[in-house]
Design a protein around this ligand. Sequence first.
Ligand SMILES: Cc1cc2nc3c(=O)[nH]c(=O)nc-3n(C[C@H](O)[C@H](O)[C@H](O)COP(=O)(O)OP(=O)(O)OC[C@H]3O[C@@H](n4cnc5c(N)ncnc54)[C@H](O)[C@@H]3O)c2cc1C
Length: 502
Amino acid sequence: MNRIVIVGNGPAGHRLAELLRTRAPRAAVTVLGAEAEPAYNRVLLPSVISGKLSPEQTYLTGHDSGTVTVRRGAVVTGIDRERRTVRTGDGLLHPYDELVLATGARCFLPPLPGLTGAGGGPADGVVALRTLADCRRLEDLLPRAGSIVVLGGGVLGLEVARALGDRGHGVDVVHMGPHVMERQLDAPAGKTLAGVLERLGIRIHTGRAAASWTGGRLVLDDGSSLPADLVVVSAGVQPNTELARAAGLDVGRGIVVDDHMRTSDPRIHALGDCAEHAGLVPGLIAPAWEQAETLAEALTGGDRPYTATRTVTRLKARGVDLAVIGDGNHALPGAEVVTLADPARGQYARLALQDERVVGAILLGFPSSVAAVSQLYDAGAPTPVDRLSLLAGRAVAGRADAPGDLPDEAVVCRCNNVTKRALVAGWRGGARTPDALSRVTRASTGCGGCAGAVDGICRWLDATRAVQGEPGDARSGDAGAAFAPAVEQRPDAQQLKELLVR
Ligand SMILES: Cc1cc2nc3c(=O)[nH]c(=O)nc-3n(C[C@H](O)[C@H](O)[C@H](O)COP(=O)(O)OP(=O)(O)OC[C@H]3O[C@@H](n4cnc5c(N)ncnc54)[C@H](O)[C@@H]3O)c2cc1C
């Protein structure tokens, strides 16, 4: 029997184990996870902080049974490549034929006076958010936190700031970069987003670094200071590569892997936030899901090379609708760029096209166009000639956002990796409302950006049943266009033309 040991019970390790449960029924799979919790979806932690979800609602489905054994609270401390064993903190040895490192990443804690406590972890009153245990710590600190500063204005920092704002706390965000989310956004988008957040009560301080935390005040690099009973650090992550490095594997920023997730030792594999593929460590959930598919294939004799994931990043912040599709920030040489801006109304859109295909987009305050633009991007399909209609959410020949036209395998909810096929199955299983579909599939429990699409699919299925007396076949697109996702704000093409700045 093939013994497969997976180190790490985060989303990547958990997904791989679940795939192997069905695809490798003769293998003995052991998952060794340091955390005491069942596997959960880290992407949903800001929703736990805002109170929208309970910790249990973040748990990933699957169970410890059959050919998969999950050991929680099991920290792997060493790998013996010659004997093919790993050692856990309790001194036990676990033999393997194939070893998978899914050790993820941890928060970077800037080495500033006051921020670190004994043992190098966060000081009392400082939280670096990565785990459910961190959420609980934050919860314990909140009642005595009159003033809160979030250090870092990247995606996660802004989500946490908004979640805390939702709970009635005043929050300052201190960000070193020239504008918020500069990895994903260009300057006008960053400034427009900051304006939207400020109007929601979050104070943004860009171009400023923290110098120290002392006496309930965060001192900044220009000598000024902000009241801060509580500091939430969101200053980036570091892949957990120590085990791999100590075992002599090739390590760059992450554990170096090839297109089949193989490390420099062919018996050892890595995936998710700890893995470096083609020089990149994406640090996002969608690549982790895809890499799990690649590795499940490789471990069961298949061949499904991993290339690179087409990413769509959505800000999970109530009252802000921001999606970054692909590389939103960087203009490719020769790309056609269409930009619309209405900063006063918090709207900014930037569409980069090459050979008539979407190669990147920033959509802030354009909720109705996100589904169509993402589907065009995912499919690599040509965009309609009328770019403005696309941005207005009035698609397009072939209606990329029409439920009937979506392929079964289209991922509708990226936070939870829920496909149209899974939604149709849920509906056929009796979940006949968006809420019920959400409960059985977890779709739209993350950023909520797909709520309109889930609603559209539900209405399309209802309509096809009404017409055909039969639950809708996933490819019967006729009713689809009429049931595209509900739209909150849909400026018409004329309004958009007035906004055209380039
Ligand atoms: C608050 C938050 C919000 C996020 N939001 C988004 C989002 O909106 N979109 C998005 O794409 N991504 C988001 N991410 C990133 C996303 O969660 C990660 O990409 C994803 O969790 C990666 O999964 P992973 O399994 O590779 O690593 P991890 O989730 O880090 O899991 C690794 C696991 O391995 C365990 N481990 C480590 N070392 C050992 C050891 N030696 N022995 C045993 N176990 C070990 C760890 O304890 C951990 O449980 C977010 C992350 C956070 C923290």
